[in-house]
Write a protein that binds this ligand. Structure first.
Ligand SMILES: Cc1cc2nc3c(=O)[nH]c(=O)nc-3n(C[C@H](O)[C@H](O)[C@H](O)COP(=O)(O)O)c2cc1C
Length: 327
């Protein structure tokens, strides 16, 4: 699988997810076989103002490559400047533009999926970004349209390809749908047939077998996984096994979950320090610690821990419980 000059063995990618796909999460998914990982969406305005919190979202480690940095904004000039800044200062492998975010705070300002209402503006923003970073593949992640009466796929895809975009990720819901109804995978197939650049399918790939289904149903070049990977970096290993015709995966044991929680916590502590690291980890415990006897009780103990020692001790308790459960 190639995007511009970037090559990846694994055609299963980790979706950008704000507040989730930070360094710790990305590295664990990468180790389990994610082909390309992405930063969460980062404001172009914040980048050009060199807001430190914004720039912190872009930092990544060499072992995360190939990595895409995703930016959003409503002005061709600002987006072009931000793209150039990211390319010069951080040298990611891919620069991705967000035309999918349906959150009113973003769309009210004409950014994210609001661009789907004005394909001329989308062309202008995209062309400006492509021209500003001639040595970096520019990709787009988009939804199917603003609402059900204004579906822009595959037309928008053809225009984006003409402007110089090197791959398109499609989450085939409209902005108005947000996360309701089913993602319409037939639109991924339509887009794939309309363009010659790689198409990355996304939406409702909730289990590893759905990766295989998406490839078969749509003919897409890669599959991007979001919510299915929350608390489940094994998703990538399992879906690659299925793609290679190996036997269906077994769910990770509680012992394996505890081990990955320890690793995740350590990575967050290293990246964010004790207070932030502990707080961020609490969200992930909610996803890791589920699906086994008394999971809710252990989860509660982990998310209410006030001190790091307490949190680590609760992981030890859970490990001992797991040994007795033999699961
Ligand atoms: C918590 C959360 C944060 C998200 N943040 C972003 C983001 O920053 N950029 C983006 O393009 N999509 C974002 N998305 C959308 C996902 O990348 C993906 O398109 C969507 O969840 C559908 O895929 P899934 O069904 O595999 O989850 C986010 C989704 C979630 C659940």
């Amino acid at each position: 699988m190639k995007i511009g000059s970037i090559h990846t063995e694994s055609p299963v990618f980790l979706a950008p997810m704000a507040g989730v796909t930070d360094y710790a999460c990305r590295i664990l998914c990468k180790e389990m076989g994610a082909g390309i990982v992405y930063s969460e969406f980062v404001s172009a305005d914040g980048i050009i103002r060199q807001n430190q919190k914004t720039l912190h979202l872009i930092r990544f480690q060499e072992e995360e490559r190939p990595i895409g940095i995703q930016i959003f904004g409503n002005s061709p000039e600002v987006m072009a400047k931000a793209a150039r800044f990211v390319a010069d200062k951080f040298q990611p492998d891919i620069l991705d533009i967000n035309y999918g975010c349906p959150v009113p705070k973003v769309t009210k300002r004409g950014a994210g999926s609001a661009a789907l209402k004005d394909l001329h503006l989308m062309d202008e923003i995209t062309a400006a970004v492509v021209q500003s970073v001639p040595n970096l593949p520019v990709t787009v992640k988009m939804r199917a349209g603003w609402n059900s009466t204004s579906i822009v796929v595959p037309k928008a895809g053809e225009r984006l390809e003409k402007v110089g975009v090197k791959a398109i990720t499609l989450h085939p819901r409209t902005a108005v749908q947000s996360y309701n109804d089913k993602a319409d995978w037939s639109l991924i197939k339509e887009l794939k047939q309309a363009v010659s650049i790689p198409v990355i399918g996304n939406g409702d790939v909730s289990a590893p077998y759905r990766v295989v289904e998406m490839f078969e149903e749509t003919g897409c070049d890669a599959v991007m996984v979001g919510r299915g990977a929350l608390g489940n970096p094994w998703f990538f290993k399992d879906s690659l096994a299925l793609l290679h015709g190996k036997s269906p995966p077994v769910s990770p044991s509680v012992t394996e979950r505890v081990e990955i929680c320890r690793r995740h916590l350590d990575l967050l502590l290293e990246d964010r320090g004790e207070r932030w690291g502990m707080n961020l980890m609490k969200k992930h415990f909610g996803w890791y610690i589920r699906g086994f006897p008394d999971a809710a009780k252990h989860r509660r103990a982990l998310v209410t821990a006030l001190e790091l020692d307490e949190m680590k001790e609760e992981l030890n308790v859970l490990e001992n419980v797991a040994k007795k459960l033999v699961c």
